[in-house]
Design a protein around this ligand. Sequence first.
Ligand code: HEM
Length: 400
Amino acid sequence: MTISQVVFDPFSDDFFNAPYETYRRMRDEAPVYYNNEYDFYALTRHADVAAGLKDFATFSSARGIDLEMVQSGQPVPPLVIMMDPPAHRRMRGLVNKVFTPRAIQRQQQMVTEQIERFLSAADPANFDVVQHFAALFPVEVITEMLGVPAELRQQVRLWLDKQLEREYGKIAMPEAGLQAGIETGLMYYNLVQDRRAQPRDDMISSLIAVEVEREDGTKTKLDDLEITGFASLLGGAGAETVTKLVGNAVVTFAEHPDQWQILLDDRGKIPAAIEELLRWEAPAQYVVRYSMKEIELHGTTIPAGKPVMLVVGSANRDERAFTDANTFDIERDRSEAQNLGMGYGVHSCLGAALARMESAIAIDKLLDFMPRYEIQHDGLKRVAMTNVIGWHNVPVRVVR
Ligand code: HEM
């Protein structure tokens, strides 16, 4: 047997710059990849990643979902995304009550207004799609839904960036990220106290009102920490990913102008384009799980008690699952295989409907704002973060 030499380092330029060639080699040469520098395993084939996401009894979320958390073995905060069933089922059932499709649909007007507000302030002669637009509106949307005062909403995003940023070769969150996490938690904690005293028509007030069934069968309300945690999670998950999707979209369409033209000719294809963008360059590239038992796969043994990365960004490019997997095609047959860009199984994205709505409106308005555009390549810059990939700067020249 030949041992593959492929190296996958999630804290290097290879990952930050979208490691599709590395993924391809991992799928072919090391479908159960082991990284001995950081001591984690990674699954990259579609069938394995999908099965891993479904099998929560073997691949646990209860130790966290990034490498640092899973390796540290420290207790994790009481967040829905870091729970296994049955606790997960109870908490998800509860948040589903607050995050209903109707509640999301009701936001359409607000989402459109936010998007239009930032685009109408944008200068076509000096337009950075991320810094002047895609980074700004998603955080406004989710924090407005939560009930964060307007003057603090962009601060939530700046704190979040700090928590996701990573230094080369380092798993751990830098000091500035830890500090930002504390400040975010404090802000939400104070807001919870505020809403307990004076409820309003926002999600924090709804979370204060609902009851959750506990392990012993009793029903209680959520405590301050649970609500604070949930608000921080939504504020984070709801902002970063949509920002990344819209930034990735503009770069991808510049590389595939024929696909942009299809949308210019038929806006009805925007939802299909969003699905293809989620497949092509998933903003959340991987999630991390903890192996609850020994796993035998493709002739390799993953021991119990190890971090296992489920690389959805690779699974979505797997030629075993998708015809012409490395072709960006918004009109592709989507019934071929499950798109894993929003996750799969019990943890599949709670905010999927909101994310799709926000992204669709944003793309629609961008088609109006810049039907023709060119990327200013020397200003393009990617983020260096854990779990997600995307752009920090996407400067464009709008062609009139
Ligand atoms: C393009 C945008 C988005 C992408 C690509 C995305 C991706 C994902 C993925 C891959 C997961 C699964 C995580 C796991 O299995 O560990 C997930 C879960 C989750 N997402 Fe999203 N997401 C997006 C937008 C949003 C928005 C807008 C919100 C909220 C407002 C949100 C809230 C959540 C929450 C709360 C979970 C955890 C669900 C659970 O554990 O049951 N996401 N998302």
